[in-house]
Design a protein around this ligand. Structure first.
Ligand SMILES: NC(=O)c1ccc[n+]([C@@H]2O[C@H](COP(=O)([O-])OP(=O)(O)OC[C@H]3O[C@@H](n4cnc5c(N)ncnc54)[C@H](O)[C@@H]3O)[C@@H](O)[C@H]2O)c1
Length: 387
């Protein structure tokens, strides 16, 4: 079994729970799950045991109701999701400025009391993996335990930093978990968190899932770099109509994405070619199917200049949900294999900004090969493929 707790019951979480149930029921093939049929744990071993949110219209509802409202027009919602209710998380101001009515444990208790409440709930739920897919937040690396303690006492941590701290505490006091951070908040890139998890016997994977244009651009840059073509500039536009894109109209939240996305250029090319790589806008009718446009200009042999133009429409949240199916299983497998702290080989494939701090962004084709080698060395791949 892989027992999963979800933080944030938004679009990505909805596609994850619904897709998972449909794969288990044999309704769909596991396309979009990179390691489907390849891992020592099968997809049907995953069980979602709880989901947390702070949107007043979601907390207390069944996961079925929330998923129906968000993606019911795209895919059928399995009845099995009626058994699971959305629990109240800790808000820490994350939905302020988005015009969403929120609630949270922190509205009626201190953060330290909220931490104990979550730990008590998790003792009952016994999660192996906790996946963070809450709204993008503005947060900086914390760096030292003294600063973290001070900020916890003053309520000056972000929700992601808080949940990751509580999960480390849970790992230390009760049973080790893998915390998978799919949002840009630096957690696997914060030495303090990696150390906390190492000492607690847990794992932290992150940061920020790499699903759409960024891994694609990374592979194109690797292609150019291997042929010694000199990249003059990179433009990567992203316009979407889901809540995630709406949240990114907030300049602080947008800056967080820009940071995790932009690290690919210098890491892959070895020089910082001028680039504009950031979520560019919100246009409601696009919905979850975002519009991506990429333009790269480079210098080739004999000084001539070539151009690459790519346009795509990509379903945003199902792409991340497919990764969640792998990361849940990888988290549990790696814990069982005795890994603690973080795992660069896994992060480098799934994440925009792979931890630990200083971990290079490499092309996804290379990252995939490295990860498969790592899985082989650890005996985590199956011989006869099933899912
Ligand atoms: N392809 C992708 O969709 C993709 C790729 C990489 C990263 N991400 C990241 O994943 C996250 C989720 O994406 P999404 O499309 O599902 O977004 P979403 O806006 O649909 O869902 C986010 C959910 O988190 C909830 N939330 C906000 N603050 C919370 C808190 N403090 N505690 C508990 N719940 C909270 C919101 O109410 C909402 O239900 C975003 O941060 C996004 O940047 C998404």
């Amino acid at each position: 079994m892989v027992r999963v707790v979800l933080l944030g019951m938004g679009m990505a979480a909805s596609h994850f729970v619904v897709g998972l149930e449909r794969i288990k029921a044999g309704e769909i093939e596991p396309y979009g799950v990179p390691l489907a049929g390849k891992l020592e744990k099968s997809i049907s071993d995953i069980e979602v045991v709880a989901a947390y949110d702070v949107d007043e219209s979601k907390v207390g509802k069944t996961v079925y109701e929330v998923a129906e409202r968000q993606i019911g027009d795209v895919v059928p919602i399995p009845d099995t999701l009626k058994k699971l209710r959305v629990l109240e998380g800790v808000h820490l101001g994350n939905l302020d400025r988005l015009g969403i009515r929120s609630r949270g444990l922190d509205y009626r208790m201190s953060l330290l009391e909220a931490a104990e409440t979550l730990i008590d709930q998790w003792r009952e739920l016994e999660p192996d993996v906790i996946i963070n897919v809450i709204t993008t937040e503005y947060a900086y690396e914390i760096g030292s335990i003294e600063v973290l303690e001070e900020r916890l006492a003053e309520g000056r941590v972000s929700a992601g930093q808080f949940y990751a701290y509580v999960a480390a505490e849970y790992s230390r006091r009760h049973s080790p978990v893998a915390f998978v951070n799919l949002i840009p908040t630096p957690l696997a890139n914060d030495d303090l968190y990696v150390k906390m998890y190492r000492e607690a016997g847990g794992l932290i994977l992150g940061d920020d899932g790499a699903t759409g244009a960024t891994p694609f651009t990374a592979d194109v840059l690797e292609h150019l770099s291997e042929r010694n073509r000199y990249v003059e500039f990179v433009v990567q536009f992203n316009i979407g109509g889901n809540l995630d894109f709406y949240a990114l109209t907030d300049p602080d939240k947008n800056l967080m994405k820009e940071k995790t996305k932009s690290s690919i250029v210098e890491d892959i090319l070895g020089y910082d070619a001028p680039h504009y790589i950031k979520p560019t806008g919100y246009l409601e009718p696009l919905g979850d199917k975002k519009f991506v446009s990429i333009h790269i200009e480079y210098k080739s042999f004999n000084g001539v200049r070539d151009s690459i133009y790519v346009n795509m429409r990509i379903n945003d949240s199902p792409a991340l949900a497919g990764y969640m199916v792998d990361l849940a299983r990888l988290g549990r497998l790696a814990l069982d294999a005795g890994y603690t702290g973080t795992i660069y080989e896994v992060n480098a494939f799934y994440m925009k900004k792979p931890g630990p701090k200083g971990g290079k962004s490499i092309s996804r084709i290379l990252a995939y090969q490295n990860m498969v080698r790592w899985l082989e060395e650890n005996g985590l791949l199956v011989r006869s493929p099933t899912h």
